[in-house]
Design a protein around this ligand. Structure first.
Ligand code: HEM
Ligand code: MYR
Length: 411
């Protein structure tokens, strides 16, 4: 069978849905990264995928993805007791309501500081503005100080964005991502050593960086400084990656201007529903992957040991069997109900505390609920620009990064 790694790289988000369409209903079998691979979707498939008897993560992620996006030794690559112990660190730091609210306050403060400059300023590129302000906010919240005089915020932002932007491509974007990770791991490993060498003045409420620095793994040992830096980056980078969704939110408001008023005025519940729909509708994480640890079976279909099992997140979020009119953007889907646990899966499925589901969904929703209503309250023009979102690029975004124009007052 033909190896599909190249089609994946060149077709991006359309690859798995196209393959499923061509092969008809049932299990999609293919080859990826030199291994036999199968793809699943749907709530029952989510249950199957997040059971460690069926799918394990060790050795599943290719080196180019680890050296850019997630980092070697990251929580993403662990199984069993090692995973549960490391995951507890992220759940403590990221899912406690007070901590999420504190991060949202930092984001609100940075949004005000930046957006105050925009009226009368002319053109801004939303992607660039939001990425820097989220970097400032998450670094302050996490206890990773930035030297604001030296342009360090912009350098850190560039690196965090590059790690996400370069994980699924060959060529210069990929090498930039590798260099960005090297640089940031080195810097943050030093910070971890410094934090370990200073006494804790806030034992009750340690910052995220201190929590990682003092975390003990299943073997009772501290993380080596480099692995600790990897896990600090697994908090900083994805928070800044919410920029992609913020810009998609701006795109949705541009296409559906009648949603601007409810988003600006209707309060938190509507903002949360809007954020859910942004996460469902727009393409970000294509799928997640693991390996069958022994021969297993899905609905009577054999999956031999060593098969790469893919859970098609993007496909599930657009499955016409699960969503009415999946290609129409409609926050009303979520205004009178929260999505089911294994139904809306832009950040994985199952239980975050037990499996590999993203522990950052509360943070993602809080950041979007802070930023998007504030954006909807601003007045700006959207000049002629390339707003196409190429499905062949991974990750993708409106090509222009979303340029908004705040015309000078006397014009
Ligand atoms: C895992 C997507 C934001 C931290 C994941 C996974 C996906 C994902 C698809 C893998 C789930 C799996 O392997 O089954 C996203 C997207 C985000 C986002 C699209 C939007 C920007 C965040 C945020 C944080 C975060 C804000 C933290 C502040 C993590 C961590 C894991 C993870 C630590 C690894 C969990 C594990 O392996 O147990 N995310 N995420 N993510 N995410 Fe997110
Ligand atoms: C983050 O920075 O962690 C948030 C953005 C995550 C995008 C997630 C992409 C998942 C990719 C899995 C690739 C597997 C390749 C075999």
């Amino acid at each position: 069978m033909f190896d599909n790694t190249l089609p994946l790289l060149t077709q991006g988000y359309a690859w798995l849905p196209d393959l499923s369409r061509r092969k008809g209903p049932g299990l999609v079998r293919t080859r990826l990264l030199g291994k036999p691979a199968i793809a699943l979707r749907g709530p029952a498939a989510v249950e199957f995928f997040y059971d460690e008897n069926h799918v394990r993560r060790r050795s599943a992620l290719p080196e180019p993805v680890l050296s850019t996006l997630f980092g070697k030794g990251a929580v993403h690559t662990l199984d069993g007791a090692e995973h549960r112990q490391r995951k507890a660190l992220f759940v403590t730091v990221l899912k406690e309501a007070a901590a999420v609210a504190a991060l949202a306050r930092h984001v609100a403060e940075e949004w005000e500081r930046s957006s105050r400059q925009w009226p009368g300023h002319g053109r801004i590129t939303l992607f660039d503005e939001v990425s820097v302000l989220l970097t400032r906010a998450v670094c302050a919240w996490a206890g990773a100080p930035i030297d604001h005089r030296s342009g360090e915020a912009e350098q850190i932002t560039r690196d965090l964005i590059a790690m996400v932007d370069g994980f699924a491509t060959a060529g210069p974007r990929h090498w930039q991502a590798r260099r960005a990770r090297q640089r940031q791991e080195k810097r943050l490993a030093q910070l971890i050593e410094e934090v370990r060498a200073t006494s804790d003045h806030s034992a009750q409420n340690p910052s995220a960086v201190r929590a990682v620095a003092l975390h003990r793994d299943a073997d009772g040992e501290l993380l080596d400084a480099r692995t600790a830096a990897v896990e600090v980056l697994n908090i900083l980078r994805p928070t800044v990656a919410v920029t992609w969704y913020a810009v998609f939110g701006a795109h949705a408001l541009h296409r559906r201007p009648e949603l601007r008023k409810p988003l600006a005025m209707n309060g938190d519940d509507y903002a949360r529903a809007f954020a859910h729909e942004v996460r469902r509708f727009y393409p970000f994480a294509p799928f997640v992957a693991g390996l069958a640890p022994h021969d297993v079976e899905w609905r009577g279909e054999p999956i031999p040991e060593g098969t790469l099992v893919l859970l098609d997140l993007y496909g599930q979020n657009h499955d016409p069997g699960l969503w009415e009119a999946p290609y129409s953007f409609d926050p009303e889907r979520f205004t009178d109900r929260e999505p089911g646990r294994d139904e809306l899966v832009p950040q994985g499925g199952g239980e975050a505390s037990r499996g590999h589901r993203c522990p950052g969904e509360d943070v993602t929703l809080a950041v979007l609920s802070t930023v998007l209503p504030r954006l909807a309250q601003l007045e700006y023009d959207v000049p002629e620009q390339d707003l196409r979102i190429p499905l062949k690029r991974m990750p993708t975004k409106p090509r222009s990064g979303f340029v908004a124009d705040f015309p000078p007052e006397d014009s």
